[in-house]
Design a protein around this ligand. Structure first.
Ligand SMILES: Nc1ncnc2c1[nH]c(=O)n2[C@H]1C[C@H](O)[C@@H](COP(=O)(O)OP(=O)(O)OP(=O)(O)O)O1
Length: 177
């Protein structure tokens, strides 16, 4: 488990519930990862994986496939759930995010109103242009580790975090999509 800083979180995580359920997808193929330049929504202007909010009546798996189709015109094959992220935000509603990986997909990654595709070498991921939490779980996920992360933000800055990896992380997931 990695934790920063040593002080306690101000969030009562036991009773914490996010207003926004969301998803993320990381397609990895031939030593590259398919990222996006995000043109709309939460995190506009950042580099991230494709993804977005879960619509009413959808589960996380259905939502991530729909988001990849909408944002990049691709359909990922057999998405595997790798982690959950819990974001307690200071200035926008809190977010609970399901993170998936896939190695194959149908379609050609295409720029849309929402995103520009960005194939990136696995050793050149631009963490300085991504959400601050990403560097604390994405490298381990790319090594095949399951994870569960809780992050408290002040604006866009992480002020507290706790990230677990492996089977103990999966036991903390709220939902097994
Ligand atoms: N802190 C952090 N790290 C990594 N990824 C994210 C965050 N916060 C986030 O919100 N995200 C991810 C989770 C989602 O994939 C997107 C946010 O969803 P958004 O793009 O706003 O949702 P859409 O449904 O595509 O957009 P609208 O249609 O509602 O505009 O960022």
């Amino acid at each position: 488990m990695s934790t920063i800083p040593a002080n306690e979180s101000t969030i009562e995580w036991k009773n914490w519930n996010a207003e926004i359920p969301a998803t993320l997808m990381f397609v990895v193929q031939d030593g590259k990862i398919l990222l996006i330049e995000k043109l709309t929504g939460i995190g506009q202007g950042k580099i991230n994986g494709p993804g977005g909010k879960i619509d009413p009546g959808e589960n996380a798996l259905q939502a991530i496939v729909r988001e990849c189709q909408e944002e990049l015109h691709i359909t990922p094959h057999s998405p595997v759930k790798m982690g959950e992220l819990h974001f307690a935000m200071s200035d926008i509603p809190d977010i609970h995010c399901h993170v998936f990986m896939s190695n194959t997909f149908d379609g050609e990654p295409t720029s849309t109103r929402e995103a520009n595709p960005l194939w990136t070498a696995l050793d050149a991921i631009p963490y300085d242009k991504m959400w601050e939490d990403d560097r604390h779980w994405l490298p381990q996920m790319l090594d095949g580790q399951l994870f569960n992360g809780r992050f408290e933000f002040d604006g866009e800055k992480v002020v507290w975090m706790e990230v677990c990896f492996g089977d103990s992380a999966k036991a903390l997931w709220i939902e097994n999509a």
